[in-house]
Ligand binder design. Sequence first.
Ligand code: CA2
Length: 150
Amino acid sequence: MTSVLILNGPNLNLLGTRRPEIYGSATLADVEELCRQEAGKLGLDTVFRQSNHEGQLVDWIQEAGTEVKAGRCIGAVLNAGAYTHTSIALHDAIEGAELPVVEVHISNVHRREEFRHHSYLSPVARGIVVGFGVYGYALAINGLYQATRT
Ligand code: CA2
């Protein structure tokens, strides 16, 4: 069965425990379930991961590139958290792996602090979903599916 990778970066394990005014009340486990439901409708398996470590995310992106080339995965939905705004390593990993990525942010980063307005990942992403809460993950899975099927 073909899979979709859902990657979550630093502090997203705290979802639903603090800052509900920004991130809502869903936990990361709720997001995983939402992704499973949405991917299931498209006939896709879900691989759902979170790490607070940049290098771990790089490793997963590289592995996903291999899976895509083997036809076992359509690409990744990536909420890289704060690494979005800092990480040339993640930019290079996505580019190097030729991994189809949809960048997702729960909050509308453009309505927030200036330092959240720039993304190192957007130039190498197939698409971007921001500001729709955790429902953005469902939108991103659908967008990735449409963008990669030919
Ligand atoms: O809006 C998003 O999804 C973000 O990627 C979330 C990141 C933030 O650094 C980005 O600028 C935008 C932060 C994730 C941390 O989430 C927390 C959840 C609950 C309590 C504390 C942090």
